[in-house]
Design a protein. Structure first.
Length: 739
């Protein structure tokens, strides 16, 4: 078969000449399976698009005979545009898109094989939950006790693993609702089929099931696709892997591009094993490593390589600078006394860089959890530094924080009708439209707040059944909490309110991937209260913060989580909060053990490699948890940075502490000694003086969080204390009182 060539293609030598030797090998290796290990900043997108264009320009295949898979619509659009530019004309008939888009296209062609028609609907998250709730109610399950979102999470995990109800064995089954999950899953799927509908998980699951069970359909796609290109292969989950492997059994010309060192999405189903076992899955596969980094300076690459070398589950590669001018300043590690000083340090450093002409949009603050953005947001506002939160809402705009603020507003001012209306049925208390309408009518008729109207309706029997008891309990709670403020203060009271109202439990019962982050945000909300003497002062502050909007056109500093930063790059990157328990995340390590720790280390690697010119890592010796301060120790990742036993200096460092780890192997052109990270002074933060009334060994002391204890050792301003209930702890002397 003779394949036509584009009208005005560029000379082949021209586009290949723009590639380095490893990139060119990845483009020209066209026969058989190929894994391209593309390190951060090594030109992955260029290789993928050039390979696509090269296949067409050399007339190896028609555009419709190449299957190109991406993870985002943006990446698909960029690839389409780049390929068209290289061809000199639009490429028609491409099978190019995201996993979901391509599977939807396939599923519409073969919908009848799974009991659907080609016009099936794709349900959104709300509709999915509505259908599932109907199925659970039909099975006479209490949806208050067994939350539909929790079951939906289980079902979606099954779908991510390619499991239909019939394929779920005893080892994959769940004990949700006394073992009813699999039957509910089957009923849910049957209901979707009756509605001629699918959810997003079905797009991949049903398409893969068709390929698994209909040899004629699979053979059709084997004949169709001569080449398969896959981007971000390290982020594939099990069903995506199965779909690709089935399709690749035809011509076996599959090229997967990815970086095992940047696999950071296991929490949404990604399996790093997919990329690690590529050679076993595709015998005779070739692996090409792209190691020339065109983004970061040599010191940044040295730090990143030294850190990631501690992971065992990796195929291995060492990034080297791809530009001759890639020298630069060393990675900085800043030790600070507490989280407040950390936010001040970042803000002041940003201000100094701005004065030197550094563009704000080339600076980013990358945090482990979304809750950490609050301190930096407020510091930016204080310094009038424009900022944006990437991949999420500003802290006080997040739904759970708006709910918590509404509770605080009603506590502070019972006549706040808007706030009361927001929280009266959050969490769900059975308060429907009719009950709300009754309260509004009574409030308007008597010119009283909604809370007063509700109380009168309850007293007179105007509200009945579940709404009556739920609102009675809520109003009684507010009376109790207002009394508590006078005794215990607004911080403890708001923490109690969120617990006793059922709001915290609502998110604890939610099994969605976002729920842990929302709980962290609520903890940070309570922590923020401690910065204000009164609840009213805090609410005034929030109102002013919410008004602080920036225009869309001005340059802004980017604040985001490390997960949201993947794929982005900035001249200057701040990496705060490198402390044990925070980063690496204690929850991740508890849930996933050694695998969780390795993923956390990959996340740190991603953070470092976002920086082009400078990276500033910081950690604080103390962080506030609710109203109390808690001592922290530096993250193990700081110790793992290559450093040749570098002394740690700065106000928060232990005397004689050192930074050190075995240095990784680097290119001889970039000696390790010149690339090592350094620890700098805490950005003009003076050392804090010791207490004037020194506390000697043997003293009995009291700590707000840990209670009573006895001092067993003294190290400058740090005390080793044997607490009666909390055991042995090391704390700063300023956080204890003589008993």
């Amino acid at each position: 078969m003779t394949l036509p060539s584009p009208a005005n293609p560029p000379p082949i030598a021209e586009y290949l000449a723009r590639l380095n030797p490893e990139q060119r090998a990845a483009v020209e290796t066209l026969d058989g399976p190929l894994l391209v290990l593309a390190g951060a900043g090594t030109g992955k997108t260029r290789v993928l698009t050039t390979r696509f264009a090269h296949i067409l320009l050399t007339r190896r295949a028609f555009p419709s005979q190449v299957l190109a898979v991406t993870f985002t619509n943006r990446a698909a659009r960029e690839m389409r545009e780049r390929v068209a530019a290289m061809l000199g004309e639009p490429a028609e008939g491409l099978w190019l898109g995201t996993f979901h888009a391509l599977c939807a296209r396939m599923l519409r062609r073969h919908a009848t094989l799974v009991g659907l028609t080609s016009s099936f609907n794709i349900l959104d998250a709300d509709d999915q939950l509505r259908v599932l709730k109907q199925v659970m109610e039909a099975a006479r399950l209490d949806t208050k006790r067994f939350a539909p979102p929790a079951l939906m999470g289980i079902i979606q995990r099954w779908k991510d693993r390619g499991l239909t109800p019939a394929r779920i064995g005893p080892t994959e089954d769940s004990d949700f609702a006394n073992g009813a999950a699999r039957d509910l899953y089957a009923a849910y799927q049957a209901r979707l089929t009756a509605l001629n509908a699918v959810d997003f998980g079905d797009l991949l699951l049903l398409t893969t099931e068709i390929l698994r069970t209909h040899d004629d359909v699979l053979a059709e796609y084997h004949r169709r696709f001569r080449y398969i290109l896959v981007d971000e292969y390290q982020d594939t989950n099990t069903v995506q892997y199965l779909w690709l492997r089935l399709l690749a059994q035809g011509h076996k010309n599959i090229c997967c591009v990815g970086d095992d060192d940047q696999s950071i999405y296991s929490w949404r189903g990604a399996e790093i094993e997919n990329i690690l076992r590529f050679e076993r899955d595709f015998p005779g596969a070739r692996i090409i490593r792209l190691e020339a980094n065109y983004r970061s300076t040599a010191p940044i690459l040295a730090a990143a390589a030294g850190l990631i070398a501690h992971n065992e589950g990796r195929l291995g590669k060492t990034l080297r600078p791809g530009r001759k001018e890639a020298q630069g300043e060393q990675v900085s590690v800043v030790a600070l006394w507490d989280s407040d000083e950390e936010a001040r340090m970042v803000g002041e450093r940003i201000e100094a860089l701005r004065r030197d002409g550094h563009p704000l949009d080339q600076m980013a603050v990358l945090v482990r959890t979304g809750a950490q953005t609050r301190a930096f947001e407020e510091r930016m506002i204080t310094l009038a530094i424009p900022y944006r939160v990437v991949g999420g809402l500003r802290f006080y705009e997040r739904a759970e924080i708006r709910d918590a603020i509404a509770y605080a507003r009603v506590l502070h001012q019972p006549a706040d009708d808007l706030a009361f209306e927001r929280i009266v049925n959050v969490p769900r208390r059975g308060v429907g439209e009719q009950a709300l309408r009754s309260m509004h009518e009574r409030a308007r008729a008597e010119q009283v707040p909604l809370t007063v109207a509700a109380a009168r309706l309850i007293e007179e029997g105007g509200l009945r059944g579940k709404p009556r008891e739920a609102i009675r309990e809520l109003l009684a709670g507010f009376v109790r909490w207002r009394e508590q403020i006078g005794r215990e203060g607004h911080v403890v009271t708001l923490a109690t309110l969120l617990d006793e109202s059922g709001y915290t439990e609502m998110w604890q019962q939610d099994k969605s991937p976002e729920a842990p982050g929302r709980l962290e945000n609520l903890k940070e909300f309570v922590r923020a209260l401690a910065d204000f003497e009164t609840l009213g002062g805090f609410l005034d502050h929030v109102a002013l913060v919410m008004e602080n909007e920036q225009t869309a056109t001005e340059q802004r500093v980017s604040l985001m989580t490390l997960h949201a930063a993947k794929g982005l790059e900035f001249d200057t990157v701040f990496l705060p909060g490198w402390e044990e328990g925070l980063f690496p995340s204690q929850r991740t390590m508890d849930e996933n053990g050694a695998k969780g720790l390795e993923e956390e280390r990959r996340l740190a690697y991603v953070g470092l490699t976002r920086a082009r010119v400078r990276a500033i890592v910081s950690h604080a010796a103390n962080r506030r948890i609710y109203a109390n301060w808690q001592s922290s120790i530096p993250s193990r990742f700081i110790e793992e940075l290559p450093g040749e036993q570098i002394p740690l200096v700065g106000a928060a460092c232990r005397p004689g502490a050192r930074l050190g780890a075995a240095p990784p192997v680097f290119s001889s052109a970039f000696p390790v000694a010149a690339r090592r990270p350094r620890v700098i002074e805490a950005w003009e933060q003076p050392a804090r003086p010791a207490r004037t009334d020194a506390i000697p060994v043997g003293s009995r002391v009291f700590h707000q969080k840990f209670g009573y204890g006895t001092v067993t050792a003294v190290d400058d301003d740090k005390l080793d204390i044997a607490f009666e209930k909390a055991g042995d702890k090391r704390v700063l002397d300023r956080f204890v009182e003589r008993a």
